[in-house]
Design a protein around this ligand. Structure first.
Ligand SMILES: Nc1ncnc2c1ncn2[C@@H]1O[C@H](COP(=O)(O)OP(=O)(O)OP(=O)(O)O)[C@@H](O)[C@H]1O
Ligand SMILES: [Mg+2]
Length: 311
C-alpha cells in the first residue's frame, strides 16, 4: 500500500555572487541597506520536502503519493514528476499563486542571503489526508502551518501511522503545539539542532519526548543517526561518502529510508542503515534531487557499509 507524503513542492533558485557580501554591506550604513549583486552563476533546482522525499522513495522502487499545493508555474516540475512516474493525484494547483520558492544568493565566503516565497504552499490545508485511498503510512514534512496541523490530525483520525518531521517549520509552532504533534505521531524525525529546539520549546528533555513515540530519529550529519526506540538508544554509523558536494536534502533522503523500512516492519537498526545510505548517496551530488543511483547501486553502497544484503 502506498505511503502518503505531505509537504512542499518547491523550486530553489541558487545564485552565486563572485565576491564577498561584507565588502558591499557597510555596517555603519545598514539603516539604508540597498544593494544589488550581479550573479553570473544561477541554477534552479527541483526541491520542496514532499518532492524530495518522493524522489528518493521512487529511487528505492516505491510508488508514493504526494500531497502538496503548487502554483501556476508548476509546469517544469509537473513534467519532471510525470517523467519520473511520481503520482500527482493529490498535487493541487492553486490559481493566482506562484510555486513556493527560495531565492538563495551565496558569496565566495559561503554566506547566504535567502528569500523564501511560500506562495501556493499557504493553501496546503485544502488537501485532506482522507482523500488519499488505501494509505498505510505517511509523513507530515515541513509545509504551511495550517497544513501541518490539519494533516497530522487527519492522519491520527484515520488511524494511519505517520512520522512528524518539523524541520524548518519548527519556529512557527509553540511548545503546546509541538507536544500535541508528538502525541498524535507514531514517529519523529529531526536533526541534532532541531532536537534541541524541541526540548527547549516543549520544556521536556529528549528522554521524555522519545518515550512518547514508537521511535524517535535524530540525524547527526556525518556522524550518522541515533534512534530512540523500545527504551533503547541505537546508534547507527554513517555511510562513508566518496565525495562531499552538497548536503542540501540529506535530511529528506534519510526520511525516504525511514518510510521504506518502517513500512516493511524492518528492525530499527536496518531502517537507520538504509536511511543513512540514502543520505550518503545524496551528498555526492548538487541539489536535493541531483543523485540518481539505481537500486543496485543503493544495495551496493549498503552492503559494502554494513556487510549484509539490503533487500
Ligand atoms: N557528510 C556526510 N557523510 C555521510 N553521511 C551524511 C553526511 N551528511 C549527512 N549524511 C547522512 O544524511 C543524514 C541526514 O543529514 P543531516 O543530519 O545533516 O540532516 P539535516 O540537517 O536535516 O539536513 P538538511 O535539512 O540540510 O537536508 C545523516 O543522518 C547521515 O546519514
Ligand atoms: Mg533537515
Amino acid at each position: 500500500m502506498p505511503v502518503l507524503i505531505c509537504g512542499s513542492i518547491a523550486y530553489d533558485t541558487i545564485m552565486v555572487f563572485h565576491g564577498e557580501f561584507k565588502t558591499h554591506i557597510l555596517p555603519d550604513h545598514i539603516h539604508v541597506l540597498n544593494v544589488a549583486f550581479v550573479v553570473p552563476d544561477m541554477r534552479r533546482e527541483f526541491g520542496g520536502t514532499a518532492g524530495n522525499i518522493a524522489y528518493n522513495l521512487k529511487l528505492l522502487g516505491d510508488d508514493p503519493l504526494v500531497m502538496a499545493t503548487v502554483g501556476e508555474d508548476f509546469g517544469p516540475y509537473k513534467d519532471r514528476l510525470d517523467k519520473l512516474g511520481i503520482n500527482r493525484t493529490h498535487v493541487r494547483e492553486i490559481s493566482g499563486a506562484y510555486m513556493p520558492q527560495a531565492f538563495i544568493t551565496t558569496d565566495l565566503d559561503a554566506n547566504q542571503i535567502t528569500a523564501f516565497h511560500p506562495g501556493a504552499m499557504a493553501s496546503s490545508y485544502l488537501n485532506k489526508v482522507g482523500d488519499a485511498k488505501n494509505v498505510s503510512f505517511g509523513i507530515v514534512a515541513p509545509d504551511s502551518r495550517d497544513g501541518m496541523l490539519q494533516h497530522a490530525a487527519q492522519f491520527h483520525d484515520h488511524k494511519i501511522p505517520f512520522i512528524f518531521d518539523p524541520g524548518q517549520a519548527l519556529p512557527v509552532f509553540n511548545g503546546d503545539e509541538l507536544r500535541h504533534f508528538i502525541e498524535l505521531a507514531d514517529y519523529v524525525a529531526v536533526n541534532d539542532y532541531e532536537a534541541r529546539v524541541l526540548e527547549e520549546r516543549t520544556g521536556e528533555p529528549l528522554s521524555k519526548l522519545t518515550d512518547r513515540v514508537k521511535a524517535f530519529f535524530v540525524t547527526k550529519g556525518a556522524e550518522g543517526s541515533v534512534i530512540y526506540a523500545d527504551g533503547q538508544q541505537i546508534t547507527v554509523p554513517s555511510v562513508k561518502e566518496n565525495r562531499r558536494v552538497d548536503p542540501t536534502g540529506c535530511g529528506d533522503a534519510y526520511r525516504s529510508g525511514m518510510l521504506y523500512g518502517i513500512e516493511r516492519g524492518w528492525s530499527w537498526e536496518r531502517v537507520g542503515r538504509l536511511a543513512n545510505t540514502m543520505g550518503s548517496l545524496k551528498i555526492e551530488h548538487r541539489g536535493p534531487q541531483g543523485h540518481q543511483p539505481t537500486r543496485e547501486e543503493i544495495e551496493a553502497r549498503y552492503s559494502a557499509a554494513f556487510d549484509e544484503s539490503l533487500w
